[in-house]
Write a protein that binds this ligand. Structure first.
Ligand SMILES: [Ca+2]
Ligand SMILES: [Ca+2]
Length: 173
């Protein structure tokens, strides 16, 4: 093998190796951690709905996908979601409600109260329970991801959340 042929062969070996490594990493990052169409962040997968539903229907639909209406435990998680809420420029339901007991706000799937968690991000003057009839939480775009209580029968887009894993088991979003 003369030198030119060797260099040519060696380049191919390196390029094949890089291609295989790239494909593997890409697949690992996007294919296996979250199902197609779901976004991965800090051990959770998120689905931003395209359709609008009442809060209760949104919770049922997330549940049917093996997930829950999103529960926001940290400022970092809220910031991550806010980026997309602002980008899509739509209002989204979140899994927060005080329907069980007035002004006792909790994440309804886990039953974790805001008081216990110690994190909340209400908009100024919220929750204000207008007409005594605002028991569900939502986030509007361009409000720094601030939460508002609103009447649960309004129809909005919604965000589902499920733990991420090495193998996606959910149907495509
Ligand atoms: Ca969460
Ligand atoms: Ca309100």
């Amino acid at each position: 093998m003369n030198l030119n042929i060797f260099v040519h062969w060696f380049k191919h070996v390196v390029m094949d190796y890089m291609f295989i490594t790239y494909c593997f990493c890409d697949r690992y990052n996007t294919g296996l951690v979250c199902p197609h169409g779901w976004m991965e962040y800090d051990n959770s997968c998120y689905l931003f709905s395209k359709e609008e539903e009442q809060w209760t229907h949104a919770a049922i639909l997330c549940s049917a996908l093996g997930s829950k209406l999103v529960e926001i435990e940290t400022k970092d998680e809220n910031n991550f979601l806010t980026t997309f809420i602002d980008l899509y420029n739509e209002i989204y339901w979140i899994g927060l409600s005080d329907v069980q007991k007035e002004d006792d706000w909790m994440w309804m799937d886990s039953k974790e109260t805001l008081t216990n968690l110690g994190y909340s991000n209400w908009f100024n003057q919220q929750p204000d329970n207008v007409n005594g009839n605002e028991n569900c939480g939502r986030i509007a775009p361009n409000t720094s991801g601030a939460w508002n209580d609103f009447h649960c029968t309004a129809t909005h887009r919604y965000i589902c959340e499920t733990p991420s894993g090495p193998y996606g088991k959910l149907p495509s979003g």
